[in-house]
Design a protein around this ligand. Structure first.
Ligand SMILES: [Zn+2]
Length: 178
């Protein structure tokens, strides 16, 4: 069963990724190599952005980020999870970032189900409950506020960090400060 599932998903991946691998070979790799040439690893704008994985959001274009300038962390919802705290901590303590933007958005898929609903679905479809919380939210403002608070409360983030929360409108792509 696991084998069937793995081969099924790799078949799908092969079909879809071929397009992206073609683009990678047809200039993507060369463009990135050129853009990153000689750049040090620490982000020059000392900034880290946490945002949702929603495919319509292009954080690089949204903020006009150039290579070498900022860290971008993405997950479902743009929520501040244990792993986001881990990455922010490494970004700050090893690579010198200080400014954090937490950017969630209106119309997020994470607002279309509740955690108990999603866990029940997983239990029914997969026969197991996850050890992680799905992280659903009804109101992105509340979720951003909770994420900002979580970073501020962490004993691992730096004292002089500046965290700002935003809600992004996917029609205008304007940012509403939280
Ligand atoms: Zn989203």
């Amino acid at each position: 069963m696991a084998h069937l599932r793995a081969s099924g998903s790799s078949r799908i991946m092969g079909r879809v990724s071929d397009e992206l691998l073609t683009r990678h070979h047809d200039g993507g790799a060369a463009a990135c190599a050129q853009a990153a040439k000689g750049l040090p690893a620490p982000p020059s704008l000392h900034t880290l952005i946490v945002t949702c994985m929603d495919a319509r959001i292009d954080p690089v274009a949204l903020f006009g980020i150039r290579p070498g300038e900022a860290h971008v962390l993405r997950n479902a919802g743009g929520i501040v999870t244990d792993d986001v705290v881990r990455s922010v901590t490494i970004s700050q303590r090893e690579l010198g970032t200080r400014t954090v933007y937490v950017v969630q958005h209106k119309g997020c898929g994470l607002a279309t189900f509740t955690d108990p609903e999603f866990v029940a679905k997983l239990e029914s479809e997969c026969g197991a409950a996850p050890e992680w919380a799905p992280g659903s939210f009804a109101d992105p403002v509340e979720s951003v506020r909770a994420g900002v608070q979580r970073l501020q409360d962490s004993p691992f983030t730096v004292q002089d960090m500046v965290v700002t929360g935003f809600v992004l409108d996917l029609e205008t792509f304007e940012l509403e400060p939280v």
